[in-house]
Design a protein around this ligand. Sequence first.
Ligand code: ADP
Ligand code: MG
Length: 706
Amino acid sequence: MNEKRPTVSEYFGEDTFSYKTMKVKLPKDVYKKLLKIIHEGDNLDLETANIVAHAMKEWALAKGATHFCHWFQPMTGATAEKHDSFLDPAGEGEYLERFSGKQLVQGEPDASSFPSGGIRSTFEARGYTAWDITSPAFIMRSGKGVTLCIPTAFISYTGEALDKKTPLLRSIRAMESSVKKLLKMLGDENTSRVFTTIGAEQEYFLIDKKFFDAREDLVMTGRTLLGNAPSRGQQLEDHYFGSIKERILTCMVEVEDELYRLGIPATTRHNEVAPSQFEIAPIFEEANLAVDHNHLVMETIKKVAARNNLAALLHEKPFANVNGSGKHLNWSIGTDTGFNLLNPGDTPHDNIQFLLILAAVIRGVYKNSDILRATVASAGNDHRLGANEAPPAIISIFLGEQLQAIVESIKDGKITSTSDKAFIDLGVSSLPKLSKDNTDRNRTSPFAFTGNKFEFRAVGSSQSTSFSATTLNTIFAESVDYITGKLESAGKDFNTAAFGILKEIFAECLPVLFVGDGYSEEWHKEAAKRGLPNTPSTPEALKALAQDKAIKIFEKYKVLSKIELLSRYNIKLERYSKQILIEANSLYNIATGKVIPSAVEYQDVMATSLLSTADALGSDSVLAPQKKLLSELSENISAIIEKSAVLKKAIHGAHGVSPEQAEADYLLNNVKPAMTDLRDLLDSLETKMADDIWPFSKYWEMLFLS
Ligand code: ADP
Ligand code: MG
């Protein structure tokens, strides 16, 4: 092949209606107006909308689009679309492609098919989608279908947010207004925009599609419900690392290619932890865009994998006893003047600003770690948080030793000003280099400072980062306001007042700071002593969302009203219960429909062989070990029959348990243990059966052959 492959920069973003495209396609004054709306939040008038819609349609038609859709993020895990054709009757049997400003700006999906967690029973049932002008429209290609997608918010007619985007946008505004007040106090006259930045590192598994299709558990639940870990596990990953199979490599290149066309700056990395596990890391972007883009990353991985006869597993724990998948939410605060507010500065003034911002993050997380924990609670993520895996369910903050020392010195009154010699010796301004502390201790922390951003590692691989980011923005805003309020009333010279408040905050919040090994048993004990919440299960963790503290803080910043927050709490509980019930039923079906019949068949093979062998030998004196084997097999089968019945009974017991919290609690305490008991027996049986009779592909086949 001597055809030249275009360089990425030549086609990057070509499937998005980006600033660059808009500049070319829109009249100059309309483009200017749109920029103003995007950056300053002005209202979009219908005339402008009509012009933009027309240009967008022409652009999309040229790309082969036949339909448009409003693309949104309902409160379930995935994204949703409602497709409409551009085709419009033009009289006398003629049809024309049309797309009006009204169609661009607002749509009406059938809200009744999306969960509202009780909102709809209280309020008006229907909702509408509204164009989120800050996230560019894009072209989605799937099979032969080409669709113009318009990112939208999804809101009920009475104004409640029915999606994940709306609260995120509200939280960004709240955070911006709080931070601008603080910056002003610090003498900043130039910053007009403050925004959250996010980079979401995504982990996932790729396995051969034929294995996926043949396993009821993977198809129904996204994870394997039975199976033993491979004998060659993560200790030998270096071997695997050297030989990414060609099909997987092709898949990755295709994923990247599609993402580049969508203007998503993501590159794949092989993840060294588990075999067949991978990671894709984007360059960070403004939060709203980054959250949208992470959804597209997940969808693209799944789509492209299927095209290559692979199955992408985004579940948090597809294989027991093999490393699970998470999503690292890298979070920081940027300004339109080009600063990252979590970047320790070079001057004393920058340092004090950095320390105040840092103190606000620490205080926000310390006081609201239970809410932050609840944002990542899900049935899938319970296999990571709270199980024997990173990170733990206890939310602590890792600052790195250098920064920890500065914080402690300020707390102890040893540093009282940025011109303090002790402070200069410790040198905040040299932190970025020093705190890139990639030790294992850092990696076990759920919330780590990594030089110029915080990294929240508790998000599950299949989850949206939206709720966690929304919460971080909100709790941060509240602490920024707390600091601003204190500074306003302090009256002393600014530096003294600032160090006074830093001292107070660091002293109060010290318990949340931890530089040790987050996996260790000692830390669990120590954290309990420090009074840090530790809720390893979803039903427990979610309770934080229904408490006054959460209601108040989200209401105060107009991010979520009480009813909006409680609806999210209910939806998360419902989803947990549904998922556990699906898993429990699948496991029961697998045990009774697949495993028991094939085990009985194998039992018969062994029994028949024993009888005929004894007959041939004229004695069974040498057959004792084989008889023992058969008897163990029979015991195992009988125990599976019994425990399957126990599981079935536990599942039946869930009928009619309400409200949502009680149902989830019931499933956690009754159905999950019954599943574990049954699984243990099934995994034990797997080791006793002949490979060719065992009705499932084994972990080693799925993880090592591709
Ligand atoms: P590390 O090696 O510490 O993981 P990387 O530079 O590889 O750091 O970044 C990891 C992720 O963090 C990337 O997705 C990156 O874009 C993101 N990131 C970097 N800086 C910021 C920032 N200021 N805000 C948000 N995310 C960021
Ligand atoms: Mg990371």
